[in-house]
Every structure is written in C-alpha cells, then in structure tokens.
Ligand binder design. Structure first.
Ligand code: NAD
Length: 478
C-alpha cells in the first residue's frame, strides 16, 4: 500500500488531518494507497521550515545548486519505472505516456542544473566615468507551488527545478489525487541530498491547506497550474498581498484543417491531441475546425483511426488511453457526453476492459453542434471533441479565436501564407503548423493568452524570469 506523508524541514511526517484512501481509476475496487491530509498546523510548519532553509540555499553558489539538481536527475532516471507506475496507478495515465512524462522531468532537471554554470546578467554603459554598471539575478525567497493531477511529475518539476536553481526554497501543495506520486517524487529529491527545508511537501485539500498557504504563510511568490476558476481566485489573493504570481489555467484548443492539408499528418495529430491522456491535457485538441471542401474526407479518415485505438488499464503498455482520473472527473465528462447525445456522432473509441470496472469514458467525436454550445465553449477535460465546419480560411480563424481561452492552436495546411497568417492571428500562446496542439518542448516557453494564463511563461529560459528578480548594481571605482 502506497502512502503520502508530508516532507517538511527534511523530515517525513504524518499530517494532522484525516486519511483519504486512493482507489485505482483503472480498477476501482483496488485500493492503492492512503493520503494523510494536512491541516493548518502542517502548512504553517512548512512555512517556517522553508523560511529557515532559504538563507543557506539562497547563499549556496550556483554551480553547487546545479550539482544537486544533476544528482536528482540521475536518481529520477534510475527510478523512472517506479515513479511512472505509481502515477499510472494513482491517476490512470497509461504507463507508456507516464514513462515519457517522467523522462521529461529528468530532462527538465538537467536543463535547469545547467543554469548553474551559465553566465547571467548584463554590463550596461553608465553616464559617469569609472562606474561598473551591471545587472544580476537574485532569488525571490519562499515560493509556493500548487499543481494539478494531470501531469503529476512534469508540471511539479518544471516549477520546482527553476525555483531551486534560482536559489528559492519551495513549499509544494500537489493536487489531492496526485499526492502519492508527489510523495514518491519528493523521495527522489530527499534521497539525492537536497538540504533540509529547501523543498517542503504538504499534501492536503486545496480549500484547506491551499488557502493557508496563500493567506497565512510568509510567501514571496506563487506558481499555480490548474483550473481557471481556482487560478483567478489565487491571482486575487496574491495580488492583494503584492506577491509575484503565475497562473497557468484551462484551454479549449483548436486544430484547423484546411482544404489542402496532408490528411496523413493531420489525422494522427488530431487523434493524439484529442484522446491521448484521455483528453486530460490543458493543451488537448477539443475543437476540430475543418474547411468544408475536405470535411467529409477528414471525418471519414478520423472515424477509421478511432476504430483502431483502444481504451484500457493504465498499466497495459498497449492502451492508447486509460480511464479518466477520478469518479468526479468521470461524472463531469459524462455530463458532456449526455449533452452530446443531441449531436451527430462522427466516431467512437472502444474498450478492451469492462468499462464498469474503472472510471472509463470512451473517446467521442461529434458534429452538428452550435458554436455557442457548452460543448464548444467549455473545457471538458476528457476524451470528447467537437468537429466544426468552416467555409474558408478566414472563417476557420474566426472560429478558432471564438473562445475565452488561448493556450494552444494548430493549423494543418501546405499553404505557407495561410500557415504564417495563422501563427500571427491565432489568439494563443503556443501556435503550430502541421503539429498537434499538445506535446510542446521543455526548452521553449510555455503558456497562454486570454483566460488561459497570467501571461508570464513557464519552462525554457522564461521560467528564470519568474523565479528571480533583477538587481541593477553600480560601482564607482574612480
Ligand atoms: P484545480 O484548479 O481543481 O486544482 C489545481 C490545484 O489547486 C490543486 O492542487 C488543488 O488542490 C489546488 N486548489 C484548489 N482550490 C484551491 C484554493 N482555494 N486555494 C489554493 N489551492 C487550491 O485543477 P485540477 O482539476 O487539479 O486540474 C485540471 C485543470 O488544470 C484543467 O483546467 C487544466 O486545463 C488545467 N491545467 C492547465 C495547465 C497549463 O499549463 N495551462 C496544465 C495542466 C492543467
């Protein structure tokens, strides 16, 4: 039986609240672990530990911080299979995808470890003679990291690794149903020798410990990924305290298929974007906008491919998608499936398990839906996508932008002019030609426009801007 405890000030400790049993979403009668939920006292304790550890860690030189991140990367690589297995058991992502996600975590750790020896800052001309005038990056202090369950390894690592290399200490509050994975991942950081209190894990409910973190702990920044509703509340409370914040939120991403698209590229990209991870990616393709000249051919080709993928147990290496993560998630996604009964079904996926044994929702693609419908406007976060018809390129672009979200968008075309116009005019933070809406690279900036993001960027070099502040220094030596 797996167990999620807190790791505070370098010690593993049980939380002060109740226990929450975790059931395997692929086979719900199996209990896989227990999460000891935290209360106010635990979070305040983590706040003190992080504050105490900040001084030493912030003063540790950068190459030494980098060496520790390299050690964590090495250990995570050695323990990749087990970390992936725990996550698949806890939240139902197929093991093959989960291994890829942990590998991404290893790459992110190595990437930010390398920042330990990279030159930073600039030398700036000065109007007075004999003045050395330059900038340097300094840490922020204690950073709160709040993460969702859908990427239970990669998202935490893409926040914690840059926070640590910049010299901050961290309090991490993972999602309730990512807590077993969070404890397993934290064990890697602990075993690799990260000094006590530099990373503190507090497992518990957002409404309980999340609120204590945001309102009572002495924090210098918060990085959040999750739903737009929670993100907006977090932005309000951190703005009131004048704390730096970053919120990465929901998406309703469009893939646009133009009449000249290469369908052998577009069809697998839409299939993977819409249905991998059971559609539970913020960058998942949930609106497929097809130019009318190719609508029938595209719908037929996608229907055929959907018949070949299957939904199965997350530990089955052949599963294209697993169950959704929880009973709540299943109930929410099925409410959209019921709404879709009014629409025309284009394609459906199949199960190689008895769907009643887990939180399964079969892949579904529908059409004939009004553009204002909730199916087209709301984030479903499940394997359900809508197909919309567009008269021409301009109509397709308008439809793609007709959403409050702006995370990612893709166009499939051989026409360079239209492709480049799409990159210019699509209102999304990540825009692509002939590539799926999901699956971005860790070394590039990640983030959205409109209601998808607070407009800063994560990953790549952009993360360093969030987790540090710039000091302008002047030295007169005349
Ligand atoms: P969620 O908003 O319910 O929870 C996210 C985190 O916030 C969890 O750790 C939760 O416990 C915590 N939380 C909840 N209420 C809180 C409060 N009052 N104070 C402090 N913390 C609180 O989201 P979720 O269901 O875990 O994740 C799914 C959502 O995440 C989807 O909307 C998805 O699009 C989004 N997401 C966005 C990105 C991105 O980078 N844009 C990436 C992945 C997921």
């Amino acid at each position: 039986m797996l167990e999620a405890k807190n790791w505070i000030g370098g010690e593993w400790m049980s939380a002060s609240g109740a226990d929450m049993m975790v059931h395997n979403p692929s086979q719900v009668q199996d209990e896989v672990g227990v999460v000891h939920l935290s209360g106010e006292r635990d979070m305040l304790h983590a706040g003190e530990a992080a504050k105490k550890a900040f001084k030493g860690w912030g003063e540790t030189n950068l190459p030494a911080r980098g060496e520790i991140l390299y050690r964590i990367a090495r250990l995570l690589e050695e323990e990749l299979d087990d970390v992936a297995r725990v996550a698949s058991l806890e939240m139902g992502k197929p093991i093959s995808e989960m291994k890829g996600e942990v590998r991404r975590g290893v790459h992110l750790l190595r990437y930010y470890a390398g920042e330990g020896v990279r030159a930073v800052g600039t030398v700036i001309p000065h109007s007075q003679d004999r003045v050395l005038h330059y900038t340097k990056r300094v840490p922020l202090g204690v950073v709160g990291v709040i993460t969702p369950w859908n990427f239970p390894v990669a998202i935490p690592v893409w926040k914690i690794a840059p926070a640590l290399i910049c010299g901050n200490s961290v309090i991490w509050k993972p999602a309730e149903i990512g807590s077993l994975t969070a404890a397993r991942l934290t064990r890697v950081f602990a075993d690799a020798g990260l000094p006590a209190g530099v990373l503190n894990l507090v497992v518990g409910r957002g409404s309980v410990v999340g609120s204590v973190l945001l309102e009572q702990v002495e924090l210098d920044a918060v990085s959040f990924t999750g739903s737009t509703g929670t993100g907006v509340r977090i932005a309000e409370s951190t703005a009131k305290r004048n704390i730096k914040y970053q919120t990465e939120m929901g998406g309703k991403n469009a893939a646009v298929i133009l009449g000249d698209a290469d369908l052998s590229v577009a069809v697998p990209a839409v299939l993977s974007g819409a249905f991998r991870s059971a559609g539970q990616k913020c960058t998942a393709t949930s609106r497929v906008i097809v130019e009318q000249s190719v609508f029938g051919a595209f719908a037929d080709a996608l229907r055929k491919e959907m018949a070949h993928i299957y939904m199965g147990n997350a530990l089955d290496a052949e599963s294209y998608l697993g169950p959704v993560a929880s009973a709540d998630q299943q109930a929410k996604v099925l409410s959209y499936v019921r709404m879709a009964r009014e629409a025309e079904t284009v394609g459906e996926g199949h199960a190689r398990v008895d769907p009643s044994t887990g939180h399964y929702v079969a892949p579904l693609l529908v059409t004939g839906v009004d553009v204002e419908s909730r199916l087209v406007q709301e984030e479903i976060f499940g394997p359900v996508a809508t197909l919309l018809s567009a008269e021409n390129f301009d109509d397709a672009l308008n439809l793609a932008n007709k959403t409050v979200f702006g995370l990612s968008a893709a166009v499939f075309t051989r026409d360079l002019q239209k492709g480049l116009r799409f990159l210019d005019e699509a209102q999304a933070g990540m825009v692509r030609i002939n590539q799926e809406t999901a699956g971005v690279e860790y070394q590039a900036p990640f983030g959205g426009m409109k209601m998808s993001s607070s407009h800063s960027r994560e990953q790549g070099q952009a993360a360093l801007d969030f987790y540090s502040q710039v000091k302008t220094c002047a030295v007169y030596y005349g």
